[in-house]
Design a protein around this ligand. Structure first.
Ligand code: SAH
Length: 225
């Protein structure tokens, strides 16, 4: 038995959790997610570490859950879907993530790409996310407390940019910071339901593809204490 399973058993969510984890992967597969690498990473990433203890028994349900500060951990389906969209055209070395939240999507990405740069406006969430990634020994992530509308220009350009909160419009800074051939995945809209968009940059400019109807918390303005 490995250390992670040991720890899970100690916390009383051992074998049940193993089974529910497998069920989650099966369900994502049946819903049309087919990137084996993404599904494998989701299978082995302990989502219960990213939610409050009170919700850990629901960590492997395909649902978003509260993480404090009025924010939510993304639904596994969305994490898988957005990761697939980013990786569709091949492996990525530099990915910018806006909206670290619990750090769950960050942890998934860290296992799929070379380096992740993650921006969050709520410092308390960022601190917890950092601790979780250290616990999981995922060291290829750099965090920044700041406003995602501005991206992270000092380290641009990025081959992939993922935004995990809904923007009223596509932030110009993120378009500017996308590398040629790069892919931006972002929910856009102001209502309860938004549109997931994939934007690809090439020599001619940007091509925009409108994909699924989705529900995200809004991308707000400015960093918070
Ligand atoms: N992927 C995260 C989802 C968190 S919810 C997870 O799975 O846990 C969206 C996150 O975006 C929240 O943490 C929120 O604080 C953050 N956010 C909202 N507006 C932001 C902004 N302008 N800049 C950076 N982060 C922002």
């Amino acid at each position: 038995m490995n250390r992670e399973q040991d720890e899970m058993n100690r916390r009383g969510i051992g074998m049940t959790s193993q089974r529910t984890r497998e069920r989650l992967i099966q369900r994502l597969y049946e819903e049309g997610l087919s990137n084996a690498q993404v599904l494998e990473v989701i299978r082995r990433t302990p989502r219960h570490m990213f939610v409050d203890e009170a919700f850990s028994h629901r960590a492997y349900e395909d649902t978003s859950l509260p993480i404090g500060h009025n924010q939510t951990i993304s639904q596994p389906y969305m994490v898988a879907r957005m990761s697939e969209l980013l990786l569709e055209a091949g492996p990525l070395d530099k990915v910018l993530e806006i909206g670290t939240g619990s750090g769950y999507q960050t942890a998934v990405l860290a296992q799929l790409v070379e380096r992740v740069f993650s921006v969050e406006r709520i410092q308390g969430l960022q601190d917890r996310a950092k601790e979780r990634l250290v616990e999981l020994n995922l060291r290829n992530v750099v965090f920044r407390w700041g406003d995602g509308w501005e991206g992270w220009s000092a380290l641009a350009p990025y081959n992939g940019i993922i935004v995990t909160a809904a923007a009223s419009e596509v932030p110009q800074a993120l378009l500017d910071q996308l590398a040629l051939g790069g892919r931006l995945v972002i929910p856009v809209g102001t209502g309860d339901v938004q549109q997931l968009m994939l934007i690809i940059r090439d020599e001619q400019g940007y091509s925009r593809h409108i994909l699924d109807a989705v529900r995200f918390v809004p991308l707000l303005n400015g960093p918070l204490a």
